[in-house]
Design a protein around this ligand. Structure first.
Ligand code: AHR
Length: 666
């Protein structure tokens, strides 16, 4: 009997073999075009174990992913450290109000946060500033908002008036604070808006004559993820938790590299007190001239401690990616000389100690001081993001040597460059193989056809060599970096088809993550993205639901498939099978991107009987251009149906334009 490893065989040899042997094997089922496609799942021949952390997420502070996104701070430029110190702030001098605003840096409340705002009110009419938030502030009626600021009264006895206004100018809440401190002190109060608004503003006013200094003016919802003060947006983290990701890759992405080395991501500067985390301009601020974001900076309120904590909360393995002494090769490509790489290698070694070391160690103590005595159980680290050529290999080799010497069990992720099959890719792989790299990070942004055509990409990879991390991929409905790219069903199904190939090759492919993760509808630089938000809402794209269907139906071992499709042209069905050993269930994933439903005759070879409790989870649309939106967040989202199966051999119809997951208890 011919064993075709799966549907959609690409290679000529396989096609010939299929044709030669198929008819003998499947003659009863294959009498004409209308006959069902036969899929034999070899339930008694389990293959490779699937990495429990196989399906993860890729987080980068792009598209207002962290500041203005996951990090729930509502005030932009709270520390007045933007190069344009008053960016995000505007003067409020209603009517005959008189006064001055100025930025100072002498005697700051914290020398790491040098600049502060001085408001001088010269009349009895309220005078001060408004903060516009991140394209407005999302606030909800009935919720509480923690205001805090470092305050120092310099002259007079003015009253501090805090007001929340809607975009339409309605007053939503107001608080007056008297007796301001004469020395720097953190002053706090709570605001309770009486309406919901996604573009509210915060007013900070002085009532009466006098001068007051302000720094770290902050407004946070009390309702954050796990209600942590100064925490993360609960609805956004929930979307991640709902994915049940195996890992979270952070903090990127090109942001790791920086356009120049001094703008690279340095994890040590993102831990400890938030007011001491030095601001860095976000590279996505200026990267795309067609999508400028001049107010995009990294406050690092979401820093490495918070990343580790979030991973722990949602049960995902942390996967930090570190700079390897190279700035973004699409930008300056600046290099740290090889003989000066120690600082970078030190950062990697210290990060492992920060994550895992006992509280008695230097860096373990810093983690413990932030409230996490226990280890974060870090198991892997990425060396560089999307790097290439000899400069990368020689730097990676140095990291590899030093890290393996001290932490042989930590898995190292290395880079194969930005494309899945170009000169840089072909240069990197043999070198990394020679270096005995653990896991190689491959990236691919391409049109849906590429994904449909490459479902067999990993069939020929050597499972004894380095493993693969498909660390960034997404189907582009137009082309890479085009603003016309859409998160539509066609792209989602193309990714799903491709993922069947990753899953079938779990012996080689250890991990995969779609990229990028988040985008704010009013502040994005890159599209497509897995999850879109505004200041109050969030929705998952069809692509999100594909990721969810894979990660929630991961299984433990791959089950080999034999399939009766006999040519590439008519094999518009993509499949993979795994077994959930705990539940003793066969999980079959079927993707049909065509406008016709597709009949399949499924044979669970080796199964004696099935329980009558099978379910099909179906993600289906009406058209390939279907999308979700803020107004229709679940237009294209999965639903479950019970299916009647009495025998290990059964027929089913895979709906048109759909991904289906069949779970059959044995
Ligand atoms: O995902 C967006 C960008 O694409 C990443 O920052 C980079 O690694 C890749 O080029």
């Amino acid at each position: 009997m011919i064993l075709t490893p799966a549907c959609h065989i690409q290679f000529a040899l396989q096609l010939i073999l299929q044709r030669l042997f198929f008819f003998a094997a499947f003659l009863p089922f294959h009498l004409g075009a209308a006959e069902p496609t036969t899929i034999i799942v070899q339930t008694d021949k389990p293959g490779a174990h699937i990495n429990p952390a196989m399906w993860g997420v890729f987080f980068e502070d792009i598209n207002f992913g962290a500041d203005g996104g996951l990090y729930a701070e509502l005030v932009k430029n709270r520390g007045f450290e933007f190069p344009d110190s008053l960016m995000g702030w505007s003067k409020l001098a209603p009517g005959i109000a008189k006064g001055h605003l100025s930025i100072h840096d002498e005697n700051p409340f914290n020398s790491a946060n040098q600049h502060y705002l001085q408001i001088e009110s010269e009349s009895n009419v309220p005078f001060g500033v408004a903060n516009e938030g991140f394209r407005g502030m999302g606030i909800r009626k009935g919720e509480a908002y923690d205001f805090s600021a470092q305050i120092r009264k310099v002259t007079g006895s003015p009253v501090l008036r805090l007001e929340l206004y809607s975009a339409q100018g309605a007053l939503l809440d107001s608080v007056r604070l008297t007796e301001l401190p004469s020395e720097w002190k953190k002053v706090t109060t709570i605001l309770h808006p009486n309406e919901t608004d996604s573009r509210a503003k915060l007013y900070v006013l002085l009532e009466g004559k006098g001068t007051v200094d302000f720094d770290m003016i902050s407004l946070f919802p009390e309702h954050t993820w796990k209600n942590r003060p100064g925490g993360l947006r609960a609805d956004m983290v929930q979307m991640l938790a709902d994915l049940k990701p195996g890992f979270v890759r952070f903090p990127g992405g090109c942001i790791v590299e920086g356009s120049e080395l001094d703008r690279r991501y340095q994890w040590k500067k993102t831990i400890g007190a938030v007011e001491e985390r030095a601001l860095v301009i976000n590279r996505w601020n200026y990267e795309f001239l067609h999508r400028p974001a001049p107010d995009y900076f990294q406050s690092f309120g979401l820093g490495f401690f918070e990343f580790f904590q979030m991973c722990e909360d949602i049960g995902a393995e942390p996967l930090p990616i570190l700079n390897c002494g190279m700035a973004c090769q699409f930008n300056s490509g600046q290099l740290c000389p090889l003989d000066q790489l120690d600082t970078y290698i030190r950062d990697a070694l210290d990060l492992i100690e920060f994550a895992n070391g006992p509280a008695l160690t230097t860096w373990g103590a810093k983690r413990a001081a932030m409230g996490h005595l226990e280890s974060f159980h870090l198991k892997m680290i990425g060396i560089g993001n999307e790097q290439w050529d000899e400069q990368y290999i020689e730097r990676y080799a140095k990291f590899h040597k030093a890290l393996k010497a001290k932490y042989p069990d930590i898995q190292l992720i290395s880079s194969a460059g930005p494309l899945p099959d170009d000169r840089r890719f072909k240069f990197a792989w043999p070198k990394l193989r020679e270096l005995k790299a653990d896991i190689v990070d491959e990236h691919c942004y391409a049109n849906p056809e590429w994904f449909f055509k490459n479902t067999h990409r990993y069939d020929d990879y050597d499972s004894n060599g380095p493993k693969v991390f498909m660390g960034e991929y997404a189907a582009q409905s137009d082309k890479v970096v085009s603003v016309k790219n859409r998160n539509n069903l066609e792209c989602a199904l193309a990714e799903a088809a491709y993922m069947t190939g990753l899953e079938r090759n779990a012996a080689v492919v250890r991990m995969a993550s779609y990229a990028p993760l988040f985008a704010h509808v009013d502040a994005w630089q890159w599209t497509p993205n897995l999850i879109w938000t505004d200041n109050l809402r969030v929705f998952g794209t069809p692509n999100y639901y594909v990721q969810q269907l894979f990660s929630r139906n991961r299984g433990d071992v791959v089950l080999p498939l034999k399939c009766s499709l006999d040519s590439e042209t008519d094999s518009k069905l993509y499949a993979s099978a795994v077994k959930d050993e705990g539940k003793n269930e066969v999980i079959l994933k079927l993707i049909n991107p065509t406008p016709e439903s597709h009949e399949v005759a499924i044979q669970l070879e080796g199964a004696q009987s099935v329980k009558a409790a099978a379910i099909a989870i179906v993600l289906q649309g009406k058209k390939l251009i279907d999308e979700n939106s803020l107004g229709g967040p679940t237009n294209t989202s999965p639903h479950s149906i019970s299916i009647q199966i009495n025998l290990p051999n059964f027929h089913w119809s895979v709906p048109a334009f759909a991904m289906a997951v069949l779970r059959v208890p044995l």
